[in-house]
Design a protein. Structure first.
Lengths: 145, 145, 145, 145
């Protein structure tokens, strides 16, 4: 399956008084790209949620390489840094569409949470279809197959 | 009961590239002031929510009089423009603490929503204690008493 | 000129604990639609800004008609409620793409600010090209022509 | 000098549809705590900025330990993980005031940027007063003195 990078414009309300996009907004962008990725692979985030599974966030990080300004269009590439039955680390690469320059790289680490049972679960057990989909995009997991 | 205006600092991440606080943040401030008002009158917003009552927002407006900048401290005064058993209009006045200058005035219009029955209700009937509290701050209602 | 409504998805981070899009985000959406409108008419907001003209916001309002949820796609139609050489009122209509239901209507009122001279100006005098463009979309102004 | 932890309430508009504070808002809180820290040590962020020095963000990270809900009061402790003339890493510990439970830990990495010369600078050279203040709070630097 061919995944397209997630593309979006930087909004005026996302700027700060330095005249650049405020860094906290990138965390929003990572989420947008993650949601878009799940839709592209055919298992939308809302479908996971309606199956009773949520992706509890364990941690997030972002390294800023160069500045994004109002009206710039950025592309975000999503990949898996690691995937296990109980946890995944998603990696993001934000580039400027016009210049191709790298703007930021990020990571988010998630575990799987059963919202009815209120406890952590193995995605491999509770939603094997989604786990296998993720695995097909994970280099480590893919190597094992 | 003597209500103190709600006071807060303007944050860096609330600025935009014009070097002023972006207008959408004022809508957040109105909500903060509303929540603070309810706490001061002894009936916190979370207590209303846990009673099954939510304040569905019908409309909001804000008129911008002068600019707020990073680190400015503003005070927000909350009052009732109108109050009926099924609807209320809350009024807000945002002033700069240091200069006393008026920064903005706003209004929010709410009805009362029973989150279990999923329907609009009369606050006077379902939470008379809170309605009477509100009424004691409403000039129109106060005049009737 | 045929203007397409501005279309966008509601993001997860825009939801609140009632499970709906928090009302303050609509104010962001109005801005996104306004910026998109200016691009479509061929005079981007950044071009106005680089000409030294900013659109100082005098007031904003939004009436909420029905709820928007995560992943809903909304369309925003932009029109002029009024236009004069020194002030304009922009009107917005937010509808749900799938159901066609009206979600909200909004208005924003702006004057024109010369960012170098730090004073209000007549758009008709300082940027007649943009003023005429706006006027061609304004029913009142259009009627005069 | 005795630095008080930065204290703030979690706002309603910061919640998401899981009923908890959305993770991106923590990044805002780190900034608020950083700005508060600088004010407490007597060298406000705006004073640094008006000296022509800005703190360019190189990276930010946050590890989420337990959930924060609407109206919870959190305390944020700020310290230096490292400090050199050209870069600093600030560490944050977010705890719940009522229970004392750890909610999150974060880090932000900054370099110093001369906004007139548009280039990175040594804080030790351009603002030695501020550098020495920071150093007095940095265990590593303090050990050298």
């Amino acid at each position: 399956m061919n995944i397209k990078p997630y593309s979006r414009k930087a909004h005026y309300y996302e700027t700060d008084q330095m005249g650049i996009i405020h860094h906290a907004n990138y965390i929003h962008w990572l989420e947008e790209a993650r949601v878009d990725f799940m839709e592209q692979i055919g298992f939308g985030y809302d479908r996971a949620v309606s199956s009773g599974i949520d992706f509890a966030l364990l941690g997030v990080s972002c390294e800023y390489k160069s500045m994004v300004r109002f009206n710039d269009i950025v592309e975000i590439r999503v990949s898996f840094a690691s995937l296990t039955p109980v946890q995944m680390t998603v990696r993001y690469q934000i580039t400027d569409v016009e210049s191709g320059k790298l703007r930021a790289v990020g990571e988010s680490r998630h575990c799987y949470f059963d919202s009815n049972k209120k406890r952590l679960v193995s995605l491999k057990k509770v939603l094997p279809e989604l786990y296998d989909l993720f695995a097909s995009f994970s280099p480590e997991e893919g190597a094992k197959e």
